[in-house]
Every structure is written in C-alpha cells, then in structure tokens.
Design a protein around this ligand. Structure first.
Ligand SMILES: [Zn+2]
Length: 239
C-alpha cells in the first residue's frame, strides 16, 4: 500500500497516490465486440478537478489501520491515521458500491483502539490436551489446569502480552503468547496435584502450542472508537 495521500482541503476528498492510479480501465461500449482499454491517470484527474483548491499531502501513520469485519470483504469500512507533519487526522476508507472506487475522507475525532477482552481458549485447550496427551489427565485435572491458565491470564497487564499475530479473518482480534514467568506460575499452581513427569509433559504441551492462534495463546479482542478532541465520551466508529 502506498503511504501518501493527496488531500483537497476544500472538498475533503483524498487520493491514495501510487501506480494503481494509472492502471487502465476496460469498458464495453455499445457495438463493440471486445472491451476497450481506457487510459487512466487518477492523480492528473484529481489535480485537474481540484485545480483551484487547497491541496496538501498526508502520510499514513504506520500501524494505525483498523477495520471491522473480515479482510476479504471489499465493502468493509476502515480507519487509519495520517499526518501532514504538523498534525494528525483520522481517515475513513469506504466504498459505496462494489464497482465504484474506494473513497478516502477525513473524519472528525481521534482514533482510539482499546483492548476489550483477553480470553483463554479453554475449550480448545481441553480438546488439544485430549489429542496431544491422551489419557494423561482426568477431567478434573484438565479443569484445574485451565483454571490456572485463566487465573494467570486474568491478572495480566497489556504490557505482559506478547502479541504473535492478528486474526486473518478479523483485524480486531489478535493472539498473544504467555511469557516464561507466567508459564512457570501456571505450572506452580498444579505442581502438587500431578507427578513430576506429568508436569514436565504439561510444560512441553504449553510450549508446543504457542504459535499463531495455537490454543495456549490468549485471544485479544479490541474495539475502536473516535474520540472528540474537545472532550466527551468516545463514540463508536461504526457507520
Ligand atoms: Zn477540491
């Protein structure tokens, strides 16, 4: 993705700069057997139609992109921050129709992303223990192990969470790995209840299930809001 947008202050229209603006369009006209190539230069067109207006450039702020819904959905609405060097604005990206170009516009308010919940994948952990360590733990021991994970996860601060990936289906969902210290605390909580070799197998189970969305990773669910810079309660960015 290009990192620069051309902005018309008078019309609040933005154009994402880049080679995609010069990709030719194909049109079928009445009487034609084949679609004809129509050369396109959106940047030139943009500059022409806003010739007497105040133009400026904005750079996309890295890592500020958020959207609701799944990656592949072309109609999803997204927000990100952009800066002209002296101030930061919030940009909304949306489409009004599937066959129309994407619209970028500056919207009022500051983008605010919050962690709403941090969850343990309890049901999936139980299923994975059954698959990886069949018969090793009875149902009570599995429940106590999951209880220990939930207890430790419940006391974590955001800075304790080492994020390993974002859900490919939902940009507001991420997975985080428990660090060594917290893994040790979980093992301490069940140490008295299982034999030493069982404990070390559980330890290996934990370490072996911490990639991507693996069952031992915590699920972080976020939400984003637009906050009025003049104060007041944030309002949901839903459109
Ligand atoms: Zn304009």
């Amino acid at each position: 993705m290009s990192r620069t947008l051309l902005r018309c202050h008078d019309c609040n229209r933005l154009l994402l700069l880049g080679a995609h603006n010069r990709a030719p369009a194909w049109r079928m006209r009445a009487g034609d057997l084949e679609p004809v190539e129509v050369p396109r230069n959106d940047e030139e067109e943009f500059r022409r139609s806003h010739a007497r207006h105040r133009l400026g450039e904005l750079s996309v702020v890295n890592g500020s992109f958020v959207s609701e819904g799944v990656w592949g959905d072309p109609m999803r609405v997204a927000y990100f921050e952009a800066t002209d060097g002296s101030g930061t604005v919030t940009v909304r990206r949306r489409r009004t129709q599937l066959d129309r170009p994407v619209i970028y516009e500056v919207v009022p308010g500051r983008l605010e992303v919050r962690t709403e919940t941090v969850e343990v994948q309890a049901r999936d952990i139980a299923r994975q223990i059954e698959a990886d360590l069949p018969g090793l733990l009875d149902a009570g021991a599995v429940a106590r192990f999951i209880g220990a994970v939930e207890e430790i996860a419940g006391g974590l601060e955001p800075e304790d969470l080492e994020e390993v990936c974002v859900d490919t289906r939902d940009t507001l969902v991420a997975y985080a790995r428990l660090d060594e210290k917290h893994v040790a605390e979980i093992l301490d909580r069940i140490r008295g209840e299982v034999p030493a070799d069982t404990l070390s197998r559980i330890h290996r189970f934990i370490l072996g299930n911490t990639e991507g969305d693996d069952v031992m990773n915590l699920v972080i669910r976020r939400a984003f809001f637009l906050r009025d810079p003049r104060g007041g309660e944030p309002f949901a960015a839903r459109t």
